[in-house]
Design a protein around this ligand. Structure first.
Ligand code: HEC
Length: 302
């Protein structure tokens, strides 16, 4: 990687918008051969990126902590962008575990999350994909830990302008949608369409519990929202569930499922076997979340 490109990726790792008018196009991105969840053979740069506005992340479907959360977050981004996804904005999730993640496995995973067209899942050769991740600046060995956790970022960019930005999946989906669909977008967007991306709320003074809920939980759960998300509505959950059970579930849902906890298993089967992620929350954070769930339920019920 040249010094200039290295600088660009360091800048992008810090979250700023980077301008790279040269070197980021055809010559920079590899034409990694990949296979889509529909079994179609494609080349990374030519077929997926050239001339497009894209969002790219890396996942593996057997992952029980970060990936379902990241996927859920991106489902919200896709909702925000509506039918522009697949037309002038494209989303890609590439497997870092190609041996397990065959096109069939990816197709089933996509369906489980009710993902709409315009967002393609891809697999390929493991070594090729590592090279691709390094190229995109989404491969950092030091972040890779023994739990198989992987770098929690994705990259969005516009190949036409050479503007690329890294983002954390915990960012507000409205803000990400605005970034992809408006800030990065160099085409004509009618003012009235643009407006819907511009109404992302400012960051108000949230309590710890509310902040955690909004950044970690809201993509899969409502509290008395009535809207269908990937997990159950949490209105009144602190009354419905035993306090110790609830605290442990929020802390380590994966362990409870592993142990075959009956209530957890029943829920898991009911919710398309989408695993609630283990966020490795601290005890105080779990406490703050429970307090928020309780207060918010009281507030909504009035
Ligand atoms: C990727 C989606 C996802 C995210 C993100 C997520 N959950 Fe869940 N959650 C689920 C699913 C799905 C279930 C149902 C059980 C299962 O399938 O594992 C569930 C179940 C629950 C339950 C049990 C509900 C009941 O009726 O007993 C609670 C409580 C809960 N989640 C809290 C949280 C909290 C708090 C967070 C944030 C720290 C969170 N969840 C983040 C998907 C998610």
């Amino acid at each position: 990687m040249s010094a200039v490109l290295l600088a660009i990726f360091i800048a992008s790792a810090l979250g700023g918008i980077v301008h790279a008018s040269q070197g980021m196009g055809a010559g920079y991105f590899p034409n990694t051969p990949l296979i889509t969840h529909e079994g179609r053979r494609v080349q990374f740069y030519d077929d997926l990126v050239a001339g497009k506005v894209v969002a790219i992340n890396f996942i593996f479907t057997s992952c029980s902590d970060s990936c379902p959360a990241e996927t859920a977050r991106l489902v919200r981004v896709q909702e925000e962008l509506g039918d522009r996804v697949g037309k002038d904005v494209f989303m890609y999730s590439i497997s870092i575990d190609p041996e397990y993640d065959t096109p069939e496995v990816l197709k089933a995973y996509r369906e489980k999350f009710a993902i709409k067209p315009g967002w393609t899942f891809l697999t390929g050769d493991e070594d090729d994909i590592i090279i691709l991740r390094k190229r995109l600046g989404l491969y950092m060995e030091e972040i890779q830990n023994d739990d198989g956790d992987h770098n929690l970022t994705f990259i969005v960019g516009n190949d036409r302008t050479g503007k690329w930005v890294k983002r954390s999946p915990f960012d507000n989906p409205k803000v990400i949608a605005k970034l992809i669909g408006y800030d990065l977008f160099d085409g004509q967007i009618l003012r009235k369409n643009a407006k819907s991306y511009a109404d992302a709320p400012d960051v108000p003074d949230f309590s710890t519990g509310e902040y955690l809920f909004r950044t970690r939980c809201e993509s899969c759960h409502t509290i008395g929202g009535g809207e269908k998300r990937l997990g159950p509505d949490l209105l009144g959950v602190t009354e419905r569930r035993d306090a110790a059970w609830l605290a442990r579930w929020i802390k380590e849902p994966d362990k409870m499922l592993e142990e075959g906890d009956p209530a957890a298993t029943e829920m898991f089967l009911q919710y398309q076997e989408i695993a609630m992620p283990n966020f490795r929350l601290k005890k105080e954070e779990v406490g703050a979340l429970i307090e928020y769930l309780e207060n918010e339920s009281l507030r909504i019920r009035g």
